[in-house]
Design a protein around this ligand. Structure first.
Ligand code: HEC
Length: 138
């Protein structure tokens, strides 16, 4: 194709259209968190789960994502989470109450998980609803 000397305006237009398309795709990937897969919350008719989803969004969303897919450099995703799967409901309530200091041996990010996710007003009922909600994401 190098033998073809003429690069008419239509070719240039095609090229800039391709370039623009590439930019749009790149911006889209950035907007979607670097193209990482994004899980959606399954439907549930359980009022405990619905309440759990609401307070998890409010109290935990800043670090774990308001869509619960995690925030890069902060809290990990709640979907298909091996730690959540490895804990009993009671253990998870204790974990959320205590958090995980950034110097804990099992801390993976170097960022602390604050006790109660930083919201000490959460009651035991709230925490059990949060756990019920987290279970639906596994
Ligand atoms: C200020 C930020 C922040 C908030 C708010 C927060 N977390 Fe976290 N959370 C973290 C970080 C950071 C980690 C990962 C710690 C590590 O590196 O081991 C974490 C870890 C966790 C884990 C363990 C996951 C794993 O894969 O090890 C669970 C479960 C969890 N958080 C639940 C919650 C819940 C429930 C709330 C709300 C009540 C909450 N978090 C609020 C920052 C936060």
């Amino acid at each position: 194709m190098r033998s073809q000397i003429s690069t008419g305006p239509s070719r240039i237009r095609t090229r800039s259209a391709l370039l623009l398309g590439g930019v749009v795709i790149a911006l889209f990937a950035v907007a979607c968190g670097g193209g990482s897969s994004s899980n959606t919350v399954p439907e549930s008719s359980d009022p405990a789960v619905a309440h759990g989803q609401q307070i998890t969004g409010e109290s935990c969303g800043a670090c774990h994502g308001t869509d619960f897919n995690g925030v890069s450099g902060l809290g990990p995703s709640f979907f298909d989470n091996a730690f959540i799967q490895s804990q009993s409901d009671a253990d998870l309530v204790v974990f959320i109450k205590e958090g995980r200091p950034n110097n804990a041996p099992d801390n993976e990010t170097g960022v602390a998980m604050p006790p109660f996710g930083g919201n000490p007003r959460l009651t035991d009922d709230d925490l059990s609803d949060i756990v019920a909600f987290l279970r639906t994401l596994q």
